[in-house]
Design a protein. Structure first.
Length: 78
């Protein structure tokens, strides 16, 4: 089907696609993505950090290190 050169082609418009937004992330995680731009990955406990903390702090440092990593993950919703 061709149109004459002096006439515009007929436009058929369809309904735009439905966009579904899934809001399951926490506000802190969303803000971190927008502000930092870095990928959010869960922090893991380091075996070597725990080993050296056990050697130098008689195990007390392990508690504070584990609490720090757990708090970091919890604050970012991970």
């Amino acid at each position: 089907m061709t149109t004459p050169p002096d006439q515009q082609p007929d436009q058929t418009y369809r309904q735009p696609p439905t966009i579904i937004i899934n809001n399951t992330a926490s506000a802190a995680a969303s803000a971190a993505v927008i502000a930092g731009g870095a990928s959010l990955r869960r922090r893991r406990q380091s075996l070597w950090a725990h080993f050296w903390l056990l050697m130098f702090t008689a195990g007390i440092g392990n508690f504070f290190y584990a609490a720090h990593v757990s708090r970091w993950n919890r604050d970012r919703g991970l």
